[in-house]
Design a binder for this molecule. Sequence first.
Ligand code: MN
Length: 260
Amino acid sequence: MADGHIDLARCRILISNDDGIESPGIKVLERIAGDLSEDVWVVAPEQEQSGASHSLTTRRPLRMREVARRRYMVDGTPTDCVLIAVKRLLRDRPPDLVLSGINAGSNVGEDLTYSGTVAAAMEATLLGIPAMALSQDYRGGHDIPWKTGEAFAAEVIRRLLRRPWPDSTLFNINFPGVPPEEAAGFAVTSQGKRAIADNLTEGVDPRGRPYYWIGPVRDGGAAEPGTDVAALAGNRVSITPVHLDLTNVPVLAALRKVFE
Ligand code: MN
């Protein structure tokens, strides 16, 4: 599939997520995928795995249970789910496309390194399968506007599949936290940065011992133009190509002078 041009009607789609198989966002994504193809499979975590990043469960056995036709849950991480789906459940005919999400909340900037939603797409990419991570932003005090992701996801998926798929790359897609009619089009973006506030809450447990509870990162400051953070601030659908080679290439030459 590296040459792209996937035929969507005959496409086998695997869906996973990090919010768990019972989350509303995965059901939205199942509807979207079901309109694109008749060959849609779901393998998702039994429990919420937000913040699980690309973790792999190695110190205990994993169980997969069928909950409905072509719908399975695994008592592990998003990475576990994609691995088991591709290497076992669908091994006779692996998926042509992996979709992860739709996550409840955006995955932009530094979130990419924490996100289990993005990690499911990373795992698929490592296995050589085109993958997209999809997340729905929302504004505090408002319901999550799932209709926005539902309105734009199919168009984004179709357009991305029309091009040759770049090597070792996934696409990170974020839908703005406004109703679909207020969305201001598409933006191709780079990974941005957010001002990270102190998100640790301290307390004392019922046995008198101190604890720390990590809360959400609050947005702050002005976003750099062209980034995923700025796109969402401008009510646009953000599409970021994410490369799995983490090497900082411009630094290589200078560093070689120091060591070689
Ligand atoms: Mn999540």
